[in-house]
Design a protein around this ligand. Structure first.
Ligand SMILES: Nc1nc2c(c(=O)[nH]1)N[C@H]1C(S)=C(S)[C@@H](COP(=O)(O)OP(=O)(O)OC[C@H]3O[C@@H](n4cnc5c(=O)[nH]c(N)nc54)[C@H](O)[C@@H]3O)O[C@H]1N2
Ligand SMILES: Nc1nc2c(c(=O)[nH]1)N[C@H]1C(S)=C(S)[C@@H](COP(=O)(O)OP(=O)(O)OC[C@H]3O[C@@H](n4cnc5c(=O)[nH]c(N)nc54)[C@H](O)[C@@H]3O)O[C@H]1N2
Ligand SMILES: [Mo]
Length: 761
């Protein structure tokens, strides 16, 4: 059964596998981070830069969206934050000479890892129609080219303006303002692929699409449930918070098909005990759920709570909620334990133990990430989590609430600033009043719909504020073909990535400043602001010299583009915005609730918290004016005989599509990414020994198949019937139409696949 990976494999994968680890961080993490950082930045710059991360006068870590504690530790960074910083603050450069030496066709054969390793972009670059190479282009000419193509469109809705979640509040606010003055709501963003399901579920049930807890709530909770999240890799500073909560007596349940090392045991690198000792055991109860089994699990807990005398917080339910009777009726009727156990893969005893902990807790928080949001039935799953919390009054009191843990460092802020293809009418009214133009009212395209529009020739200009659209999105072949149909593709980027090599007829790369860099405009030295996962807004100020004198900041790029494209028809003071970001914040303060007196409040150390009605006053701005119970039927993915359910996830050495290295230390994998983790019994049943090679073939309801070739099978203790492999390599397997109901998020965590020996058909 053994085979070799295909010779064309862009990364020379040679995975070596050892036992998965049972604890996270500690000294190896620091050594690993410093090694990567010093390779990119050298010793002096590494020390200077890392000391500024998440400090009050420093910059916001470009890694994850986990909040900063009130008094940051002098080294309030984590291994993966350090890698994110090193990736940006690298001393390597991609200059016009690099583009002269490498044609676009050449770049398209390179791996994402190789492209990212080349360094920071230094000059605006232009690929003319029919040309083989990007050539340097002056900024003003770049804006002219975009202006030409945008003006030539039949309708503003033929343009798409994508955002990735690192963009600051100031840049995001200007960007959506420009798109809407231009005439479209086509503002898809990475959130569409990320926490959109959380936003959809929470807006409908609680009236606010954001989390309802602050950092201090974690320390007050009796019970924290972490479902579908791997904080050891993706939100490492969350482990410090969990450790502190544990020290105060909090219990933790983790729900995951994989036993993730970080949740098992944490060795805090910022304490001597964590560095030298055995660390803290975090998880009290591990529920090894099947992929997509969470809705069934929470429904089972809910019906058991309903059946327990005195377990429901009746006063809260009466005073603050709507729809309880209908929900209780449906949940009580759902009493088929065989189905619950089949859907969850758990035993009755495990669910009983969870219930015991739930009933013993007066204050419960549920944290979640992509394991809950990227399934077909994600929205009803998260609504069931809300039902679970509402039943015992766990919304709007200290130590309790919903905690969707966001990904990109400012993805939540971008949405607050209006990066949304379906803006609320009140937001558009406020824009109209402030800026004196009539914003388009029709909904725009989200990520999946934008790809369809490009594919079908209905969208012709694609503009990206950051990100790596063709690698992050599903159905790689379809998406890349769609992108190649565009008239013009434009990327505002810090680093080279695959989206620069898969272009429309014409293409531009606009290099920009990163978080770590000094931003000096006509009005003096600027700072920007961001909002973390818990709705705290604070300033971020870079100190490093920019990677090149040729860079423009994101706000400056948008302002100049707007002047060129909108010309005299815009009454917005773009020039003033470009020179002094405080003037942008003054406008944000007038348009967006919660930002009153923005400039003064953000000047205070630590920033300020945005209001959150359910958290602050148990008031719920929903259609019913109350928190809504919902009663959806339980769903879980159907897996045909002999097939596995594949989740596509992150390794320890990557940031989304940016690959830092080829190791996934906690999972025992080294020097390779083309691996598929399969339960030993499932692998053996299919004739695959540990170390054998396989193709992954996904099967879709319309009978079509997609193939990702040459993966090494790793026998791994995942839940039965489930498999795991890294994204973005596996995005070729996910059909464009395989999305979550309501939120339209690609269902990247439930892909039906079969294993097939290479060469076998
Ligand atoms: N270092 C680093 N940090 C990051 C990122 C990164 O790539 N690298 N990405 C950032 C971004 S944008 C995001 S959105 C977050 C992502 O953070 P995570 O959501 O932690 O990222 P994933 O790797 O997708 O991991 C999904 C987790 O959910 C589990 N899971 C999968 N399916 C299910 C399920 O059906 N049920 C349950 N209960 N669990 C399931 C998986 O086993 C895994 O532990 O991290 C952010 N931070
Ligand atoms: N199969 C599968 N697909 C997924 C997921 C999954 O779990 N499985 N996860 C989804 C999720 S949660 C997300 S959030 C998306 C991520 O989708 P994106 O946000 O589009 O992708 P990233 O890989 O984070 O983008 C990396 C690029 O951003 C640019 N960049 C970095 N910093 C800056 C900056 O400060 N400014 C600018 N202008 N550019 C910058 C660099 O050029 C870099 O190459 O992927 C989604 N895709
Ligand atoms: Mo994300």
């Amino acid at each position: 059964m053994a085979g070799k990976p295909p010779a064309s494999d862009p990364i020379q994968d040679a995975p070596q596998v050892s036992e998965p680890q049972h604890s996270a961080v500690g000294l190896p993490a620091i050594t690993h981070a410093l090694r990567i950082a010093q390779q990119q930045m050298g010793v002096r710059r590494t020390a200077l830069t890392l000391l500024r991360v998440n400090q009050r006068d420093g910059f916001d870590c470009p890694g994850c969206a986990w909040p900063e504690p009130d008094k940051p530790h002098t080294a309030e960074f984590c291994e993966n934050g350090a890698k994110a910083v090193a990736e940006e603050a690298t001393l390597r450069r991609v200059t016009p000479d690099f583009f002269a030496a490498h044609s676009v066709a050449d770049l398209a054969t390179r791996s994402g890892y190789w492209l990212g390793q080349q360094g920071r972009l230094t000059h605006p670059m232009y690929l003319a129609e029919g040309a083989d190479h990007y050539v340097p282009v002056p900024w003003e000419r770049a804006f002219d080219i975009i202006g030409e193509e945008l003006t030539a469109l039949d309708s503003p809705d033929e343009a798409v303006f994508y955002t990735s979640g690192r963009t600051s509040n100031e840049a995001a606010f200007l960007y959506q303002l420009f798109a809407r003055e231009f005439g479209t709501n086509n503002l898809p963003d990475c959130s569409n692929m990320c926490h959109e399901s959380s936003g959809s579920a929470l807006t409908e049930t609680l009236g606010v699409g954001k989390g309802s807890v602050l950092l201090e709530d974690l320390y007050k909770a009796d019970l924290i449930i972490v479902a579908g999240q791997n904080p050891g890799t993706n939100h490492p500073r969350m482990l410090t918070a969990l450790e502190k909560a544990k020290a105060g007596g909090t219990k933790i349940i983790s729900i995951n098909p994989l036993p993730e090392a970080g949740l098992e045991r944490f060795k805090n690198p910022q304490t001597p005990r964590g560095l030298a000792g055995g660390g803290t055991a975090l998880t009290d109860l591990f529920l090894q759920v099947r992929l997509g089994g969470d809705q069934a699990l929470f429904r089972a807990l809910n019906r058991m709570i309903l059946a327990t005398e005195g377990a429901v917080d009746e006063e809260f339910v009466r005073a603050h909620t709507h729809g309880f009777e209908e929900f209780a009726r449906v949940a009580r009727a759902d009493d088929d334990w065989d189905e619950t156990l089949a859907a969850t893969g758990l035993t009755r005893a495990e669910i009983d133990s969870a219930l015991e902990m739930v009933l013993a807790s007066r204050r419960t928080i549920v944290c979640w990430a992509m394991g809950l949001t990227q399934h077909k039935h994600s929205v009803p799953t998260i609504r069931e989590v809300v039902n679970f919390l509402l039943l015992r009054g766990n919304i709007g009191r200290p130590g309790a609430g919903v905690c969707p843990v966001r990904g990109h460092s400012n993805v939540q802020g971008d949405r607050t600033m209006g990066i949304f293809e379906r803006p609320a009418p009140a937001f558009l009214d406020a824009l109209e009043k402030e800026f004196g133009f009539a914003p388009p009212r029709e909904h725009g395209l989200d990520v999946v719909r934008a790809i369809r529009a490009l594919r079908d020739g209905q969208a012709k200009v694609f503009f990206a504020m950051g990100g790596n659209f063709v690698s992050a999105t599903p159905d790689t072949d379809v998406t890349e073909a769609a992108m190649r149909r565009a008239r013009l593709t434009v990327h505002v980027s810090t680093k080279l990535n695959r989206s620069h090599a898969v272009t429309g007829a014409r293409a531009l790369i606009l290099p920009t400043l990163g978080r770590t860099e000094r931003d000096v405009r006509g009005g003096g030295e600027q700072f920007v602001t961001v909002e973390d996962s818990m709705g705290m807004v604070h300033a971020s100020r870079g100190r490093l010299e920019p990677a090149s004198g040729g860079l423009l900041s994101e706000p400056a790029i948008v302002a100049r583009l707007a002047r060129r494209v909108l010309g005299a028809r815009s009454r917005t003071p773009w020039e003033e915005f470009e020179e002094d970001y405080a003037t942008i914040r003054d406008r944000i303060a007038r348009v967006i609730p919660g930002f009153e007196d923005f400039n003064a409040r953000v000047a205070r150390p630590g920033g300020f918290a945005l209001p959150h009605a359910p958290r602050d006053s148990r008031s719920f701005p929903t259609a019913t004016g109350k928190a809504n119970f919902t009663a959806a039927p339980v769903e879980y993915p159907a897996v045909p005989e002999g097939r596995l359910l594949l989740q596509t996830l992150r390794s320890h050495d990557q940031y989304n599509t940016t690959v830092y290295g080829l190791d996934d230390r906690y999972r025992g994998i080294k020097n390779g990414r083309r691996v598929v983790l399969v339960h030993p019994d499932d692998a053996r049943e299919r004739g695959f020994a540990d170390g054998a090679y396989t193709d992954l073939v996904s099967e879709w309801t319309d009978g079509s198949e997609r193939r990702a070739a040459g993966f090494r099978v790793v026998h791994y203790p995942t839940a039965r019937g489930c498999a795991a492999a890294y994204y973005p390599e596996t995005n070729v397997l996910i059909p464009l139409d395989h999305t979550a109901d309501t939120s339209n998020t690609p269902a990247s965590k439930s892909v039906v696949v079969r294993l097939e020996s290479p060469g076998q058909d």
